[in-house]
Design a protein around this ligand. Structure first.
Ligand SMILES: Cc1cc2nc3c(=O)[nH]c(=O)nc-3n(C[C@H](O)[C@H](O)[C@H](O)COP(=O)(O)OP(=O)(O)OC[C@H]3O[C@@H](n4cnc5c(N)ncnc54)[C@H](O)[C@@H]3O)c2cc1C
Length: 319
């Protein structure tokens, strides 16, 4: 029997979708290994999300009362719950928070860790994680041999499946320890716009948009689709948009249902950040651009004609 612990995540007091995705993934693993799924939520007032995670397969929800995120504190709290619940498998969101505390947890509990899993299956009583390697040029399958296996899981890579677990909530108070780093303030950019890493649709622009004055053309399409705005490094380096929008090896890794690349050539470093998108739509006036090799749908044309035409059509269809 192998029990699974998933560590949920919140943003602005709301449960992030990745929390449900990894709960569903955990349910599948626990069903295959004959174990239980415990979901851990850290924060204040998190008990109210117990039902949400119970509905997608959590047998129990452990809630830990804590203030703002701090990787050191989170690592101590998660390690404390692992020591108490003794799971064999731990799933963590592959987000900036998850990436920050999960390696610390692995050291504290003596676990092996695989980061950025986009596929999870079970073989021979062990979880097999599929993850991109060589900047997304290939996938590797990894098994962890230690008693506790931690996997960080890429947002949007796992399906949310409604499958009721008992969802019983219990409060826990593991030691938070003494954090050496104190967060004195946070500067969150992006306002109310859709966040890149969690977006299910991304409209992204590259050097082909010619200048920052043309972002409204892409933002128009993004607004109609409820999409986030992404960018290539060329657009970011030119100072046309903030680095927080950059997709790729030195930017964000995204895995949306649909990635619309406008005026982006498809350099390997860009593909490293978006190659696992479910559908890739490329709009580029050069029919030989490498982006077309990975595109599900491609339009060889001028983005200044194609994007407004698409926006108008989507407006008609979506209202
Ligand atoms: C170590 C390292 C890390 C890097 N990390 C990243 C990263 O994280 N993310 C990233 O994106 N890049 C990264 N790069 C840079 C990468 O190699 C490319 O230089 C970059 O992705 C190119 O951006 P681009 O596609 O916008 O520009 P270009 O390669 O210049 O492509 C512009 C495209 O726009 C098309 N176009 C022009 N006008 C139009 C029009 N009117 N309509 C339609 N299409 C048009 C052109 O045909 C062309 O294909 C990295 C490079 C290195 C060395």
């Amino acid at each position: 029997m192998s029990n699974v612990l998933i560590v949920g995540e919140l943003k602005n007091g709301e449960l992030k979708k990745i929390s449900k995705e990894i709960t569903s993934a955990g349910r599948k693993i626990a069903d295959a290994l004959g174990g239980k799924v415990t979901a851990l939520l850290i924060g204040s007032g998190v008990e109210k999300f117990a039902g949400d995670l119970g509905a997608v397969g959590a047998d129990s929800i452990v809630t830990v009362n804590a203030g703002d995120f701090n990787a050191e504190t989170w690592a101590n709290l998660v390690a404390g719950v692992i020591q108490d619940k003794k799971p064999s498998v731990v799933l963590v969101p592959h987000t900036s928070q998850g990436k920050d505390y999960s390696p610390r947890v692995a050291v504290k509990v003596g676990a092996g860790i695989v980061a950025d899993a986009v596929g999870l299956s079970v073989d021979g009583g062990k979880v097999v994680a599929k993850k991109p390697i060589y900047s997304g040029k290939a996938y590797g399958n990894f098994k962890i041999t230690s008693d506790i296996a931690i996997f960080t899981v890429r947002p949007n890579s796992q399906e949310v499946v409604q499958k009721a677990g008992a969802g019983a909530a219990e409060a826990a108070s593991p030691s938070a320890g003494d954090a050496k780093v104190k967060i004195v303030s946070s500067d969150l950019s992006g306002g109310n716009k859709v966040q890149l890493a969690e977006a299910s649709i991304i409209v992204s622009g590259g050097r082909g948009i010619k200048g920052p004055e043309n972002w409204p053309i892409l933002q128009g399409l993004a607004d109609v689709l409820g999409a986030a705005l992404g960018a290539s490094r060329a657009a970011v380096d030119a100072g046309w948009i903030a680095h927080s929008h950059q997709v790729g090896q030195t930017g964000k890794t995204v895995s949306p249902n649909c990635y619309i690349a406008c005026g982006i050539s498809g350099a390997i470093q860009h593909l490293a950040g978006m190659g696992s998108s479910k559908y890739i739509v490329a709009i580029n006036k050069d029919g030989d651009a490498p982006i077309f090799k990975v595109a599900t749908y491609g339009v060889v044309g001028d983005l200044f004609e194609v994007v407004p035409a698409l926006t108008d059509e989507f407006k008609k269809v979506l209202g």
